[in-house]
Structure formats: structure tokens, C-alpha cells
Write a protein that binds this ligand. Sequence first.
Ligand SMILES: *Cc1c(COP(=O)(O)O)cnc(C)c1O
Length: 394
Amino acid sequence: MIPSILPTYNRAPLAFIKGEGSWLIEADGRRFLDLGAGIAVNVLGHANPDLTAALSEQAGQLWHTSNLYHIPQQTALADKLVEATFADTVFFTNSGTEAAELAIKMARKYWYEKGQPERVKIIACEGSFHGRSAGGIAAAGSEKMTKGFGPLLPGFVHVPFADIDAIAAQMDDTTAAVMIEPVLGEGGIIPIPDADLKALREHCDEHGVLLILDEVQCGVGRTGKLFAHQWAGITPDIMMVAKGIGGGFPLGAVLATENAASGMGAGTHGSTYGGNPLACAVGNAVMDIVANDEFLAEVNRKSGLFRQKLEGLITGHPDIFESVRGSGLMLGIKCKVANMDVVNAGYDNDLLTVPAADNVVRILPPLNITDTEINDAVARLDAAASQVSKGLKL
Ligand SMILES: *Cc1c(COP(=O)(O)O)cnc(C)c1O
């Protein structure tokens, strides 16, 4: 019999009733150190007092009005994002995949309004992830996500991830945009080198192609800059944001330059919930804390500490781990054994990690994880690895 929850997930046999900072707690009081943060969502940990206060205060005032009216919290958050980034304008969504939908629509509408309606092609990468909407799965293109759901939204071509020459070779006078993750997330935590991102920007400029960056996972302080592309000193035309921006409250956004957004007038797009007062109250509180040089410097310092400890862990378990990669507190450990064996052994040691493709275990802790918790996390990974090793020898 089908369960009451549509069985689209293979869930771990864990259920949490409370969160405190970097910790998740089960009903029996068992405490897990959370290096997954709801898949890069809980950037300030669980039950953060500032976010809780912002949410509760707003909950007592006004939850939802629709976008038929002005929403002051939304304007305030858009102003903050515009102030802190390349963007001139922002549309709020409830998720990353809705941000992908708008990014696709915006890029195509741009060329339509420029009198080049034939420019619909979007170049994307194999192994990428842009969400589970019909547009998102067509954009990512992998058979794992698309099989059985055809016919897919046409107009996408796929090249190997971050192969800049292959992307450039696809650019022609029917190309609308390139859509790419600056740090590949679900696909296995692979940062695009700064020089390659710069080269990509140059190719886009040369061919007049719009650059859409998907920073749903790598954005909002995750890599130690507010947005990952800032490391390369380039700017996109359109950027998708979600996950961390709401700190756990469903919120996403599309940021764009005035030029890229020029086709999107009244009536061209909408969302009932997108950017409602509750979501934006939390989003503002997240931005007030994360969009801060001292906060980001701490993310970078902790990233250095975590990485150094993980290098040591790998040296100690050459049978289990191959290498560490990533950026900031978006780290991946490439495994020699099945990554799920490490994730499962983590559960046994009260530690939560997240698997990714390419046999990687993802480390995506709250950005305000403490040094003590980092040491504790590596000790638990060490115990988990020893447990997997023992299993190998049996
Ligand atoms: C998670 C993710 C998405 C989809 O976000 P949802 O909120 O799950 O729709 C899109 N792009 C990237 C890079 C992601 O990591």
C-alpha cells in the first residue's frame, strides 16, 4: 500500500523534534551534530534567536497579503540584495526551482523583446541541478531526473560541467543564455576555477549571451563571500538564489540587471506567496547577519580550520577517503567506499552529512558552527570512518 507520504524519498530512519544551533534532537533526547543544515539551508543553525524573533514578531503582525499590494518587508530585502550585489532588481520565489523557472523565462523574454525571438537556446551542464520543476529538470537534463517525464521543455543543450570551451562552442545566434552553478552542489561539490568563470563571462559578452548563475546552494555566505561568483570578480546577468536566503523559511529569489530584466513588465510573471511578509521578515534578518564582512571572514577562517582537519582525517583513513574539495563551508569528501556507507556510519555516530553525486559526502554546516563543533564533527567522522574500515576487514 502506498504510504500517506508520496514515497519519492528514501528517508533515513531519523526524526527530529527540536533544533539548537548546529544540533538536531530526536524525541528520546538523542542529539545529532548537523553538517547538512537542511541541505545548505539553515545558514544560522536551528532556532537562531534573531531569526526566531523576526519570524515571531512578523507572525503577530501580518502573514500574507499577496503581491497585489506593496510589501514593505519585500522592498527592504530587495534593496539589501541590490545594495550588496550586481543586481538592479529582484523577484522573490518560494524555492530554488521556481527561481530557475523565472531565470529561463526572463532570458527568453529578453531576446523576444530585443526582436530576436529565435534566441531560445540555453546551454547548461551535465551533472548540474536546477530543481525539480519541468523547466528545472529540462535545464539539468540528466536521465535520472527526466526519465518518464517527457516531452521535456525544449531548447536546452548540455556540455560537460564547466567545460568552458564546450560551452563557447555551443554559442551561436540562437543562444539565449548559459545556466551554470559556480560551485556544483548535488553534482559533487566542484568549484569552477576563477579563471574559468572569467573566461565564461568573456565568451558570453563576446556572443551577447546572458549568464545565469545558479547560486541556490553556493550563495548566501556559503563559500565565504556573500555570493560565490564574487571570488572570480565577475558578475552574472541573472542569478538564482534560495536555500540559505530564508535560513529555513521557504524563500528564493531571482536577481537581475536592469538590462536582463527589461522584458519582464507587469503581468509577465507572478507568485501568490513569493516574497510574503513572513518569508521576507526572515530573509531580512538573514541578510542583516550574513551580508557582513566580519561574519564572512569567520566563515573563511572556519573553512580553513575544517579543511585542515579534514585533510588530517583523510590521511588517517586512506582506505576510506580520497580527497577534500569545495569552497568555504561547502565542502565535499570524495570517498573510496560507497559514500552512503560513510553517511550511514555518521548516523551511528550522531552525525548528519549529505551524500552528493560522484561518490562525495557533503559537509554543509550552519555558517555559524563553532570551532569546538568543527573538532567534534571531525572526531565523529573519524569514528564513522573507522567503523566503515572495520566492516571492510570483516
Ligand atoms: C537545491 C537546488 C535547487 C532547487 O531548489 P529547491 O528549493 O529544492 O527547488 C536548484 N539549484 C541548485 C544549485 C540547488 O542546489
